[in-house]
Design a binder for this molecule. Structure first.
Ligand SMILES: *[C@@H]1O[C@H](CO)[C@@H](O)[C@H](O)[C@H]1NC(C)=O
Ligand SMILES: *[C@@H]1O[C@H](CO)[C@@H](O)[C@H](O)[C@H]1NC(C)=O
Ligand SMILES: *[C@@H]1O[C@H](CO)[C@@H](O)[C@H](O)[C@H]1NC(C)=O
Ligand SMILES: *[C@@H]1O[C@H](CO)[C@@H](O)[C@H](O)[C@H]1NC(C)=O
Ligand SMILES: *[C@@H]1O[C@H](CO)[C@@H](O)[C@H](O)[C@H]1NC(C)=O
Ligand SMILES: *[C@@H]1O[C@H](CO)[C@@H](O)[C@H](O)[C@H]1NC(C)=O
Ligand SMILES: CC(=O)N[C@H]1CO[C@H](CO)[C@@H](O)[C@@H]1O
Length: 475
């Protein structure tokens, strides 16, 4: 499925009845089945924002009203993108608002709600003001169908009574960052089978037509809505978007729950504006930084999805052979470092980490990240936090000392039913700090020479690690 973007935007006076061939279509009639839920926004290029939401029925004309004043949502944007897939109880609606000013607060609401939301558009590429972004990996759903204060058989590391969840922690820091980057393993709907087999939720039932998977998926999108409706929520693909079990099981899993199906429908990442592919690989600029998402699951030599590959996800490919790496090379080569001195890349599976590494990912991606002077590489997948040195093909360079190699940070510890992982000791020679606890990372881009990170322990919002990358260059 590739989304055919048919977007119509126009300025209208509030309350105007719109009609005629050049005018917006009449929005769908409002019923409980067209009421928006799970509202989420994402950067869509320099002057645009993607607004996505779900409804119980398909919409003919997904519609968003917006404007700079909360009292006057005097613009309208529409599309015809309202999609679903087998086993899904909802439709995914996508509209791009594309005539926006940079770094500007807008108010908006999808049709059929009285609630008004707001977002701030991306900082113009080259703008030198400091900013922060939040990074999470491997989060999933919280509560009775996900991570809670109890676990089933075979799972571990429940929350302690009174612990904040990562969603709650991110919410309390909401004014501190511009956007959230969730680098794979989003909803963990595929934990349904493990949770049933572990007697954590309803008895093991493979004849529910995928209802439990769909339930967990919907809970996730409901739970993050308070964040995703007001902060661009950027995502990348992880192995748990491909499976419907904790390892593809075609005997049990229904086709609608395999091969990244839900992931492809739910999100609208800025691949159109960056020559990327769907929600799999894309880039965007924000102030002093060029951000790049790459896909460690499919579409490169010996990728984990391939039969016999590390993950055997039985997924992909999504593009012709070589397309992803060719795109990554092109994208990195075209960065104007005068405008965006920093380049930050993310991919789900790590290759510098104190446990099994993704050697195939390293072989595919590291040479390009090194060649084009990427400053920082973010990974999830392993369920702990591990800050590394900057590393060039295994050789560490210290981050305070103007490294030429990319700095690596692994954080797949946002939460989820399955609990935390145990790193292997002795730690990798590139490792500088390990924390085995639920948390997320706050990155701050101070200026063109200093970029720092903090690890925030979700349970009580404390900062457990801080580090700063220092580059010797003229701003
Ligand atoms: C929005 O407000 C109007 C007027 O108060 C009301 O008639 C309508 O039911 C509300 N719609 C929703 C979706 O709450
Ligand atoms: C499994 O789910 C199906 C469909 O909802 C239901 O009819 C059946 O009773 C369930 N079986 C068990 C053992 O819960
Ligand atoms: C996954 O989906 C893509 C796109 O539809 C398709 O080309 C590919 O063959 C699918 N992979 C598998 C293993 O079904
Ligand atoms: C990386 O290091 C390994 C040995 O550790 C070497 O075989 C390989 O050629 C190096 N790769 C590059 C691109 O320098
Ligand atoms: C860049 O930011 C760092 C950290 O805030 C600060 O120490 C440094 O002086 C700044 N450099 C310039 C040139 O402003
Ligand atoms: C936060 O929790 C950690 C881990 O339980 C604990 O060590 C620390 O003292 C707590 N900090 C505060 C401020 O409560
Ligand atoms: C519930 C379930 O199928 N769990 C499987 C998850 O993956 C591990 C490792 O492959 C299996 O041992 C479990 O049976």
């Amino acid at each position: 499925m590739s989304f055919k973007i048919a977007v119509f935007t126009a300025a209208v006076a509030a309350g105007t009845v719109l009609a005629g061939p050049k005018c917006p279509k009449t929005p769908d009639q409002c019923t409980d089945r067209t009421a928006p839920s799970q509202i989420r926004v994402a950067y869509a290029g320099d002057k645009a924002m993607a607004v996505s939401w779900n409804t119980k029925s398909q919409l003919a004309h997904p519609t968003v009203y917006y404007g700079k004043s909360q009292a006057k949502l005097n613009k309208i944007a529409q599309s015809q993108i309202s999609t679903t897939y087998p086993t899904s109880s909802t439709y995914n609606n996508h509209v791009v608002l594309s005539d926006l000013d940079e770094d500007t607060l807008y108010y908006y609401k999808p049709a059929c709600t009285n609630a008004t939301y707001s977002f701030t558009t991306s900082r113009k590429a080259g703008k030198k003001t400091p900013f922060s972004f939040a990074m999470i990996g491997d989060m999933g759903t919280f509560g009775p169908d996900g991570l809670s204060t109890t676990v089933g058989q075979g799972a571990a590391n429940p929350l302690k009574p009174g612990d904040l969840t990562t969603i709650q922690s991110l919410t309390s820091y909401k004014d501190s960052y511009d956007f959230i980057w969730h680098v794979g393993d989003i909803a963990y709907a595929d934990s349904w089978l493990k949770e049933e087999k572990g007697n954590y939720i309803t008895p093991y039932n493979t004849s529910d037509n995928g209802a439990e998977y769909d339930k967990i998926l919907n809970e996730f999108y409901d739970q993050v809505e308070g964040l995703s409706s007001v902060k661009p929520y950027m995502v990348g693909p992880g192995n748990h978007e491909a499976n419907c079990d904790n390892g593809s099981d075609l005997g049990i899993c229904l086709p609608g729950q395999l091969n990244f199906t839900g992931y492809r429908h739910h999100w609208n990442m800025p691949s159109a504006s960056s020559g990327g592919l769907e929600n799999f690989w894309y880039s965007f600029d924000h102030g002093m930084v060029h951000f790049v998402m790459f896909n460690t699951e499919t579409d490169f030599p010996n990728a984990p999805d391939e039969p016999g590959g590390e993950g055997a996800e039985n997924a992909g490919p999504f593009a012709p052979t070589g397309a992803q790496l060719a795109w990554l090379k092109r994208d990195l080569a075209s960065v104007d470092r005068k405008k965006t001195p920093w380049v930050v890349a993310a991919g789900h599976r790590p290759w510098y980490v104190s446990t099994e590494v993704c050697a195939e990912c390293q072989a595919a991606f590291e040479p390009l990240l090194e060649e084009y002077g990427v400053d920082l590489v973010l990974h999830g997948h392993k369920h702990f936090y591990e800050r590394h040195a900057a590393v060039a093909n295994g050789t560490a360079q210290e981050i305070g000392d103007n490294p030429t190699a990319p700095w690596y940070v692994v954080n797949g510890a946002a939460g989820h039913y399955d609990g935390l992982d145990t790193p292997s000791t002795p730690y990798a020679s590139t490792s500088r700090k390990v924390i085995v606890a639920y948390g997320w990372s706050l990155f701050t881009v101070h200026n063109c020479t200093h970029l720092s990170t903090q690890f925030i322990l979700s349970s009580n919002n404390t900062v457990l690690d801080s580090a700063t990358l220092v580059k010797d260059r003229k701003c």
